[in-house]
Design a protein around this ligand. Structure first.
Ligand code: GRF
Length: 211
C-alpha cells in the first residue's frame, strides 16, 4: 500500500479523536454516528459538522445533538479551480479553528482537490455504496442493478487523489433482490452503512487499522 497515508493518533475515551463530518444531504449516516457516539464510551467524538449545502437536512441532526455545525457553500464571484480552492480554504480554516484531527465524508457530494487530500491523507475517510472497486462514482446502486449482479454492498475507504480509489478499510455485502429499485437497494445498503462506518471509526481511533 502507498506509504503516504499518515494515520491519526491512537485516542482514548478520555481524550477522543476530534472528527469533522462533511455532509451534503439528509445525513442518515451522521445521525447513526451521533447515536453510536452517545451510546457508549468511544475513542472518537463529532466536534464539527460541515455541509456545503445550506438546506441540508443533516444539519438538523447536528443541532439536535448540540454538535457545532456550519454550512460552507461554494463561494460566489469565482469560477473553476479558483472557486474550489477558496471553498476548501474556508473548510480548512473551520477544521483548524475546531482542532479537528480527522475528516469523515458522509454523503458529501463534492470531489476534494489533491491539495486538500494531501493535507489529510490517512485522516480522511469516505463511505461508498458498493463493493469497491466495483461501481465507483455517483450512481453506484443504479450501476449495480443494471449490471445484473446479485450482490453489492458498501465500502469504507481512505480518500486518495482519485475518485473512490483510496485504500479499502472494510466492506459489507448486501444482496440485490429481484424487483429492487435504486430506492429499495439504497435503503438496504444504508442499514449496513450505519453499522459499518461507526465500527470502522472505532477501529481507526483505537489503532486497529493500518495501511
Ligand atoms: C450514503 O449512501 C453513502 O454511501 C453515500 O452517500 C449516502 C449518504 O446518505 N456516500 P445520508 O446523507 O447519510 O443519508
Amino acid at each position: 500500500m502507498s506509504g503516504d497515508y499518515l494515520l491519526p493518533r491512537i485516542a482514548t475515551s478520555e481524550d477522543p479523536l476530534r472528527l469533522a463530518v462533511l455532509i451534503s444531504g439528509g445525513g442518515s449516516g451522521l445521525k447513526a454516528l451521533l447515536r453510536h457516539q452517545s451510546n457508549g464510551r468511544r475513542n472518537h467524538v463529532t466536534s464539527l459538522v460541515i455541509s456545503d449545502v445550506e438546506s441540508a437536512g443533516g444539519l438538523k441532526h447536528a443541532s439536535d445533538s448540540s454538535v457545532e455545525h456550519l454550512s460552507i457553500p461554494l463561494p460566489g464571484g469565482m469560477k473553476g479551480i479558483e472557486r474550489r480552492l477558496e471553498h476548501e480554504r474556508r473548510i480548512m480554516e473551520a477544521l483548524a479553528s475546531h482542532d479537528i484531527e480527522m475528516v469523515v465524508l458522509s454523503g458529501y457530494m463534492r470531489i476534494l482537490t489533491p491539495s486538500f487530500v494531501s493535507n489529510w491523507k490517512g485522516r480522511l475517510v469516505n463511505i461508498h455504496p458498493s463493493l469497491l472497486p466495483k461501481f465507483p462514482g455517483a450512481h453506484a446502486q443504479r450501476d449495480a442493478i443494471d449490471s445484473g449482479a446479485k450482490e453489492t454492498g458498501c465500502t469504507v475507504h481512505f480518500v486518495d487523489e482519485g475518485v473512490d480509489t483510496g485504500a479499502i478499510i472494510q466492506q459489507k455485502e448486501v444482496p440485490i433482490l429481484p424487483g429492487d429499485t435504486v430506492e429499495t437497494l439504497t435503503e438496504r445498503i444504508k442499514r449496513e452503512e450505519h453499522e459499518l462506518y461507526p465500527k470502522v471509526l472505532d477501529d481507526i481511533s483505537s489503532g486497529r487499522v493500518s495501511v
